[in-house]
Design a protein around this ligand. Structure first.
Ligand SMILES: NC(=O)c1ccc[n+]([C@@H]2O[C@H](COP(=O)([O-])OP(=O)(O)OC[C@H]3O[C@@H](n4cnc5c(N)ncnc54)[C@H](O)[C@@H]3O)[C@@H](O)[C@H]2O)c1
Length: 346
C-alpha cells in the first residue's frame, strides 16, 4: 500500500505523544523514520517505532530528555543525552556541530547516554545543506562478531558522510559496517523471507540463509576485516571516547528489555572555505561527478550513481507519489495504536 508521508508522520506523532514525547520531539523522531522509508531504507523506517514505544513504556528511554553539556572547548562538545531517543539527541548534536563550525571553522560533538539513532543520512544531509562537510557515526547493539570470531561484540555501527555537490544532490555515503543493516535481517525474519549467504552466521558460526537463525547468530562485516576495522573505529569514537557503552556491554535493543542502551554518537563538521571557496569546491565536485556519471557502464548497468543518489531519487518520487509500506509493518503500527487505545488506524 502507498501512504503519503504526511499521513504516516501524523499517525506516528500521535503514538509518540501518547507515551509522553513532546510534540516537537515526536516530530524529530518521525521525520527521521519517515525519511528512511522515503529513501527506501525501510529497515530504519517506521518499522522501528514499536520497539521505541515498548522501551519508553518500560522506562528504558526517557521520552523528554534534558541533554547536558559535560565538557566543551571552542570546537568540541561532549553531551550527556539523558537517555533520550537517538533522533532527539543527535539532531541536537548536529545543530550544535553546525553552529560551532560556522563560528570556529570546525567542530566535533560526542554524545553518550542515547538510544538508536535511526538513519544517519538525515543528519549529514543537514550539514551538507549548510555548505559544509559532515561526518556522523554511532555505535549500536552488539550483533557483529570481530572478523574470525562468532561472539557478537561490535554493532553494525553506521558511518555517514555528507558533502555539498553544487547543482547535484549532496553526496551522502551512509552505510552499516556490516554487509547489510541488521534491520534488513529482522525485516526478512518478520516476513519469513530467506537472506542471501554472506549476510550472517548462525550461533555456531555456520553461514546461513535463514533470517531467524541469523537473528540469534552474528551479522558479518562488509569486506571482511575492513568492515570489522571500521566498525571498531566507530565503537572507539562513539562508545569508548564519549563515555557511552561499548563492545558487548551494549545491550540488544530488540531482545534485552531490562537495560537502557547508553549508546554513543560522534559528529564532526568542517567548513569548506577553510581550504577553498565553496564556489570553487562545488565547481570541482561537479567536474568529478560529471566524469563519474559520464564514464562507461558495465554490461547490464543502466546508470552509474553517486552515493546517496538512488535514495535521493526515491525520496523525490516518494514525496510526490507516497511510500510503499509493508503490510506487516502497517499491521504492527495499527496493533500498537490499538494497544494504546488510540482510535485512529493507518
Ligand atoms: N542507527 C543504527 O544503529 C544503524 C546501524 C546500521 C545501519 N544504520 C542505517 O542503515 C541504513 C542502511 O545501511 P546499509 O549499509 O544497508 O545501506 P546500503 O547498503 O543500502 O547503502 C550503503 C551506501 O551505498 C550507496 N549505494 C548503494 N547502491 C549504490 C549504487 N548502485 N551506486 C552508488 N552508491 C550506492 C548508498 O547510497 C549508501 O550510501 C543506513 O541509513 C544507516 O545509517 C543505522
Amino acid at each position: 500500500m502507498e501512504y503519503m508521508h504526511t499521513e504516516i508522520k501524523a499517525f506516528c506523532n500521535k503514538i509518540l505523544m501518547h507515551v509522553g514525547v513532546s510534540e516537537a520531539n515526536a516530530k524529530l523522531v518521525t521525520d527521521n523514520l519517515v525519511t528512511a522509508d522515503l529513501r527506501g531504507v525501510s529497515s530504519h523506517g517506521v518499522a522501528r517505532l514499536p520497539v521505541y514505544i515498548k522501551r519508553i513504556q518500560l522506562g528504558l528511554i526517557n521520552p523528554n530528555p534534558n541533554p547536558k553539556v559535560i565538557k566543551s572547548t571552542s570546537t568540541t562538545v561532549l553531551i550527556d543525552g539523558d537517555n533520550g531517543l537517538g533522533q532527539i539527541n543527535v539532531t541536537d548534536g548536529v545543530n550544535r556541530a553546525i553552529s560551532i563550525a560556522q563560528e570556529n571553522g570546525q567542530s566535533m560533538v560526542g554524545i553518550k547516554n542515547t538510544n538508536h539513532i535511526g538513519i544517519c543520512a538525515d543528519y549529514v544531509l543537514k550539514v551538507a545543506k549548510e555548505g559544509m562537510i559532515g561526518f556522523c557515526v554511532g555505535n549500536a547493539s552488539a550483533h557483529m562478531a570481530p572478523w574470525g570470531g562468532i561472539r557478537p561484540i561490535l554493532g553494525t555501527n553506521p558511518i555517514s558522510v555528507g558533502v555539498p555537490a553544487g547543482r547535484f544532490p549532496a553526496i551522502v555515503l551512509d552505510m552499516a559496517t556490516s554487509t547489510v543493516a541488521r534491520g534488513k535481517i529482522l525485516l526478512a525474519a518478520k516476513k519469513g523471507d530467506k537472506i542471501p549467504l554472506g549476510w550472517a552466521l548462525d550461533k555456531d558460526g555456520n553461514p546461513t540463509e535463514d533470517a531467524e537463525k541469523a537473528r540469534f547468530g552474528t551479522v558479518l562485516p562488509f569486506g571482511g576485516p575492513k568492515g570489522y576495522g571500521l566498525s571498531l573505529l566507530v565503537d572507539i569514537l562513539a562508545g569508548v571516547l564519549t563515555g557511552a557503552n561499548f563492545g558487548s556491554k551494549v545491550p540488544s535493543m530488540t531482545e534485552d528489555f531490562e537495560t537502557p542502551l547508553n549508546l554513543g554518537a560522534f559528529i564532526s563538521v568542517f567548513r569548506i572555505d577553510n581550504f577553498m571557496s565553496l564556489k570553487q569546491f562545488e565547481e570541482r565536485i561537479e567536474e568529478l561527478i560529471n566524469e563519474i556519471k559520464g564514464s562507461p557502464a558495465a554490461p547490464n548497468v543502466d546508470e552509474i550513481y553517486l552515493p546517496g543518489e538512488i535514495e535521493h531519487n526515491r525520496m523525490q518520487e516518494g514525496l510526490k507519489k507516497g511510500i510503499g509500506l509493508d503490510e506487516k509493518v502497517i499491521n504492527d503500527l495499527n496493533l500498537l495504536a490499538e494497544s494504546l487505545n488510540i482510535a485512529e488506524r493507518i
